[in-house]
Design a protein around this ligand. Sequence first.
Ligand code: ZN
Ligand code: ZN
Length: 140
Amino acid sequence: MSTDNHQCAACGAASASKRCVSCKSVWYCGRDCQVSDWKSHKAKCKAIAADIAQADSHEIHKKEFDKIRTKYGLSTPENAEKIANMLADTGANEGVSAPKFAEMFGMSTTEAVVFLEWIKVGIKFKEETLDTAKKAGFGK
Ligand SMILES: [Zn+2]
Ligand SMILES: [Zn+2]
């Protein structure tokens, strides 16, 4: 028996022991309560589950990126500069060709794709953050 009791999102009982497997953010007494709450929980559940999935894939992608970066010594000042120049030349939207990048650093095309994708995510993330800041009235 768990000493960790939760409040049921449907009936409010304080002894809920079953958690929604998709979003892991709400608890229920059991299947009946979960089913009765599903209509109102559905949208929120999907949004949370999507967030979790995205965070997970980000985490995996980041690990791959770090592995590649270490394996090919891409964080040395010379290489970092080379990559920065390459990105500046082609422009963030165009992107660097993966085969070309792979050849340049002696890695496989797959590794180059992972590496370049992550850089793109990073750039996009930066833009979105700046955008949000602007909308909130900062950065003027
Ligand atoms: Zn309940
Ligand atoms: Zn859920």
